[in-house]
Design a protein around this ligand. Structure first.
Ligand code: AP5
Ligand code: MG
Length: 247
């Protein structure tokens, strides 16, 4: 699948910025359990629709970290009609992974730009190649938050998901609806349903997750914290307990 990946690295030049304004944020400093020389580095992993984006938004609000979401960055490229976005759109719509060289370049650029600031990485790495690349660049997460959500709850959730593309804010029409149908609470801009949120694409994304991303739990086993459940609101207090020991 990744053989066609070559030759698109040049598309990385015009990466839209998706992480928020760091100047308005207090750096999340790491305490005794992690290196004190940089802000806390977090990685969130889990299946598609598992609540990574939802929980990341809560962590971002509570801990003032920089959320780096590979999917949000790609969707921003697509929305802005960049060459990279045009190429990535077909992969995403079909529930396939975007080629590794594109993803590695995108994420490296964001993490390099953040330097020693705190970050929360969401959606990367997704396979062994990407994990090795992250480690080779010295981007080691202090903690890896793994959401272990049963497959059967995923498809039902995704049917009701609406997103605000430019911020990555996530809604669920029944469980977490916007104040006004189809409208983002904070900006008043329209919400969309993602084109890869079809049953067919989600089934493929789940397959790919179990085959390629699940095994990364072993790669990160020293820093791994697993949260089992099916409700983000119940999982989040458990995550807060872990993070409170690290700051
Ligand atoms: P990406 O955007 O990263 O998608 P994903 O990993 O498939 O995960 P999602 O964003 O779909 O789900 P999520 O876990 O963030 O859950 P969320 O909180 O939004 O990637 C998209 C595509 O980009 C990939 O398929 C691939 O093509 C490409 N890509 C990205 N990164 C890549 C990489 N590194 N390499 C290659 N390709 C890459 O949603 C959860 C929903 O559930 C929400 O509606 C929420 O409100 C709802 N919810 C939460 N809790 C509950 C509850 N208790 N009950 C009901 N609903 C609930
Ligand atoms: Mg997401």
């Amino acid at each position: 699948m990744l053989a066609g990946a070559r030759g698109v690295g040049h598309l990385l030049k015009s990466t839209p910025r998706l992480v928020g304004s760091e100047s308005s944020r207090r750096a999340l400093c790491v305490g005794t359990t992690a290196a004190a020389s940089h802000g806390l580095r977090m990685l969130i992993m889990g299946p598609p629709g598992g609540g990574k984006g939802t929980i990341s938004n809560w962590i971002k609000a509570d801990y003032k970290t920089n959320h780096v979401s590979s999917g949000d960055i790609l969707r921003s490229h697509i929305e802005q009609g960049t060459e990279l976005g045009t190429k990535a759109a077909d992969f995403i719509r079909n529930g396939a992974l975007v080629p590794d060289d594109v993803m590695v370049g995108l994420i490296d650029a964001e993490l390099d730009r953040l330097g020693g600031k705190s970050w929360l990485l969401d959606g990367f790495p997704r396979n062994d190649t990407q994990a090795q690349s992250l480690a080779s660049k010295g981007h080691h997460p202090d903690v890896v938050l793994l959401l272990d959500i049963p497959d059967e709850v995923i498809i039902e959730r995704i049917k009701h998901r609406w997103v605000h593309v430019s911020s990555g804010r996530v809604y669920h029409t029944l469980y977490n609806p916007p104040q006004k149908e189809g409208i983002d609470d904070e900006t008043g801009e329209p919400l969309i349903q993602r084109p890869d949120d079809t049953v067919e694409a989600v089934t493929k994304r789940l397959e790919s997750y179990h085959k390629m991303t699940d095994p990364l739990a072993e790669f990160f086993k020293n820093n791994l914290r697993t949260f089992k459940g099916s409700e983000s609101k119940k999982i989040y207090p458990e995550i807060q307990k872990v993070l409170s020991t690290m700051i």
